[in-house]
Design a protein around this ligand. Sequence first.
Ligand SMILES: [Zn+2]
Length: 219
Amino acid sequence: MPSLLTLDEVRTLFHEFGHALDALMNENSYHSTFIPWDFVELPSQILEHWATEPEVLKLYAKHYETGEVIPDELIGKIGISRFFNQGFDNTELLAASLLDMAYHTLEAPVNIEVQEFEKNYLKEIGLIPEIEPRYRTTYFLHIIGGYDAGYYCYTWAAVLDNDAFEAFREHGIFDKATADSYRKNILAKNGIMDASAQYLNFRGRDPELEPLLRNRGLN
Ligand SMILES: [Zn+2]
């Protein structure tokens, strides 16, 4: 029976399996501990990188009737398509993140008309009219009871997963030593250690922005 998953669904499969690996490899013996939001998404988002690596695609992306392995030409197109619309997508996310911060850095109670506040703020940061923030204030539920002043964590999680995957690029995406270090320092210690210290132990330095910009074609 063919599964015929779309590329998006395959990425979701890898993403959720990353959460599963995190749970399986964790050494935490308590039922529930706090893990920062951005770090919760590191194990899942990093696994998405493997989904579209040519070496990995050739292991699973086969024609459902003939068994033919995905052709290089198609792999090339998948590689290029990841840059599509990235300027718009990232600006939408960052505009929403900044809007979140604008509300949460008001220093005294104010009586404002939110649509007016939003309009003025977006003008102030120079958002062009062709781009809207990912969420408008009136339905931006993340910022009122959940991610308050933390909507940026999605983007910060992406900085982490792109920089962490870079370690595998440097040593090979199937390098055992890098994978062992990732398991030992990141997956095993989530919720037990300070997340920044975990990252430092794995990467030997703080996360850098460049891999994210490069992978999204924004550098
Ligand atoms: Zn997730």
